[in-house]
Design a protein around this ligand. Structure first.
Ligand SMILES: [Zn+2]
Ligand SMILES: [Zn+2]
Length: 344
């Protein structure tokens, strides 16, 4: 993380698009305090070079004078984009960067919402993660997540364990139930985030076999190379996850293992074409991040895609902020009246 993010507060960070707002940059610590013996200059850049209406004067610096320990300035923030605000200190001829701060302007629909940060795909030591569910939830709280679920392989229980670990404790992390769904003889992995019941537990039922056989007939014929059972099994799982009120996520679509993609390219392509899921992961896991990201980028360039998610698929919380590289932002209509969110 850039030091200026920790050493200074910038308020507001999110401003209405196509309006003038006042921004305040305030040092949070003695070691980052503005000094009386230095001069300060600000340069403003709309990151998409989109600022026609404000007549943005490129590469213009303005003098900034700290007042009551803070620097204030007003700016017209055009359109929906990221804006860079570069603050420098001047000591005679010597120019030093204090910080490269970012402000985001958004239209009314997003401005009215609250951004929450969370992780929808996490493992604990109950599958191939390293720490217990309660520890992982605590670590999520420590790095400032708003929501999470333990989604262990074929198990719903660890997500309940994470909730139980904080029973009776007031905290501001919303711990959801969840699991990673692995159907028998189907290499497609799916996340059940927030569902009221386990989908993994249903594979032993006769209902699963008969429903999937029916879906194979109804959803076919399938393109060459698509295994009809595997596709029907995925469709069944995504529907079941939704039936329980969960978010159905196609995990790590380009999982590279044993020198090939698993699931096969044919079924992945057919899943993307038919989109029986709510969302899919852009980044899954650490090992194949670059490969899966470039494949998904290509995929997105090829066609309009549904809701995309970042997921860390983290297997250890001990590294703290590292898992935040793959968190997901959701935009809620309103902030709850109390910071204490009850776990579902
Ligand atoms: Zn998986
Ligand atoms: Zn996983």
């Amino acid at each position: 993380m850039k030091p200026e993010i920790i050493y200074f507060s910038v308020t507001p960070r999110v401003v209405p698009a196509n309006a003038t707002s006042e921004i305040v940059i305030r040092p949070l610590f003695d070691h980052s305090a503005f000094r009386d013996d230095l001069d300060y200059e600000l340069a403003y850049f709309p990151s998409e070079e989109f600022a026609q209406r404000s007549g943005w004067p490129e590469n213009t610096r303005i003098r900034a004078k700290p007042e009551n320990g803070a620097i204030r300035f007003t700016q017209y923030f055009e359109a929906e984009q990221e804006h860079a605000i570069c603050l420098e200190s001047l000591n005679g001829e010597e120019r030093k960067q204090v910080g490269d701060f970012r402000v985001y302007s958004v239209e009314e629909d997003l401005y009215a919402r609250r951004a929450y940060k969370g992780d929808l795909h996490i493992h604990s030591s109950r599958s191939d993660g390293r720490e217990t569910p309660g520890y992982v939830a605590g670590a999520c709280r420590r790095i400032g997540l708003d929501f999470m679920a333990i989604t262990d392989h074929k198990q719903y229980g660890p997500s309940i364990e994470a909730q139980e670990a904080f029973r009776g404790v007031e905290h501001d992390l919303r711990i959801f139930r969840g699991e990673e769904v692995h159907p028998p003889n189907n290499p497609v992995h799916m996340i059940n985030f927030g569902g009221r019941f386990s989908v993994n537990d249903l594979f032993v039922s006769d209902e699963y076999r008969s429903d999937v056989a029916r879906l194979e007939r109804e959803l076919g014929p399938f393109p060459p190379g698509v295994d009809s059972y595997q596709y029907a099994s995925c469709a069944w799982c995504f529907n079941k996850i939704r039936e329980g009120g969960g978010l159905a996520i196609f995990c790590h679509p380009y999982w590279y293992t044993s020198h090939r993609y698993a699931p096969s390219g044919a079924i992945t392509t057919h899943l993307f074409e038919t989109q029986p899921f709510d969302a899919y992961e852009i980044i899954g896991g650490k090992r194949n991040r670059t490969r899966s990201k470039s494949r998904v980028t290509t995929r997105n360039a090829q066609r309009e895609s549904p809701f995309r998610l970042l997921a860390s698929a983290t297997h250890t919380a001990a590294s703290g902020t590292r898992s935040s590289a793959g968190t997901t932002r959701l935009f809620s209509r309103a902030r709850p009246s109390s910071l204490t969110l009850s776990a579902a």
